[in-house]
Design a protein around this ligand. Structure first.
Ligand code: R5P
Length: 301
């Protein structure tokens, strides 16, 4: 396989692990800042005629990561790369996939247009917030998942009898897939979001009484959804402490503070973004390098 793998500033550790999984090393790039704060990007390895992969999750600061990815792709293009593939283990803006209030932007579409400015040919993404987001991109999207690795990590140690909890209606399919892998039933929490960081649970559908909950979501951001779901199922008779699993552990703002307030036995997330320091519990991180490497191998066949 002949290709070049580069990393933006989003998650160099994961990019390095992906390179190892593919039996290669990262090409040299410079991602620095000009004195006025503009990104200063330079690709310091040969990319002419090559298939180039740029690894960059869109974790915070999201806008800067996005721009850096487009600039890296543009640098590769202008240096003669044959093809540029963006490997985006966490796709930010994916939750802005519809307009709900009226005078809002369609953030996911704008994000896709900005990436298009870098003339990216293809994308490799992991556990997109919704598969419909693919429709925002003119490029083909390879979709990988951390769910098999997450469920495998839980399988041996799970306290049974247990139940997989979908913390909202949008996460039901994901929870069903997870439940199938763990041979468990599913229950669903009804969630109402009143702002970006405030949610409330309005009910639980399905049997949870006497069962240990495994709450599965795609993203833990401020922790509001998780905490609301955990409280709702415990109020409905589930037995704590609970297990929490998510593909993307962003843990922003009040997340750690909030999650500290509920009985959690275990938190398992993937390494799609670096886990911020200061977690008040042990965060078990599963690697996505193999799943991403498999996608790269498929594309290079
Ligand atoms: C929402 O639809 C997502 O699947 C997550 O439930 C949500 O983004 C988590 O955000 P937070 O942790 O801030 O509640």
């Amino acid at each position: 396989m002949g290709f070049v793998l580069l990393s933006g500033s989003g998650h160099p550790t994961l990019a390095g692990e992906l390179a190892s999984a593919l039996g290669t090393s990262l090409g040299a790039v410079v991602c620095e800042r000009f004195p006025d704060g503009e990104p200063a990007i330079e690709v310091n390895c040969e990319v002419r005629g090559e298939s180039v992969y740029v690894v960059q999750p869109l974790n915070a600061p999201v806008g800067e990561r996005l721009l850096e990815l487009a600039l890296l792709a543009d640098a590769c293009r202008r240096s003669g790369a044959a093809r540029v593939t963006a490997v985006i283990p966490y796709l930010g803006y994916a939750r802005q996939d519809r307009r709900e209030l009226g005078r809002e932007p369609l953030g996911a579409r704008v994000m896709a247009e900005l990436l298009a400015a870098g003339r990216i040919d293809r994308l490799v993404c992991l556990d997109l917030h919704s598969r419909a987001i693919e429709g925002c991109f003119p490029q083909p999207v390879e979709h990988c998942s951390a769910l098999p690795a997450l469920s495998k990590r839980l399988l041996a140690t799970l306290k049974r009898p247990a139940v997989v909890i979908s913390p909202d209606l949008g996460a039901v399919k994901r929870a069903q897939a997870f439940a199938k892998a763990l041979s468990l039933p599913v229950a669903i929490v009804h969630k109402h979001r009143s702002s970006g960081s405030q949610v409330e649970a309005t009910g639980v559908v399905g049997e949870v009484k006497g069962l240990t909950p495994v709450v599965v979501d795609d993203i833990i951001s401020t922790g509001g959804t998780m905490v609301a779901a955990i409280r709702a199922v415990l109020d409905a008779g589930a037995v704590g402490p609970v297990t929490v699993a998510a593909s993307h552990g962003l843990f922003v703002g009040p997340a750690y503070e909030r999650l500290r307030g509920v009985p959690i036995e275990r938190v398992v997330v993937s390494d799609s973004v670096p886990v911020p320091p200061g977690a008040p519990f042990t965060v078990d991180v599963v690697s996505t390098a193999d799943a991403l490497a498999e996608a790269v191998r498929r594309l290079e066949r």
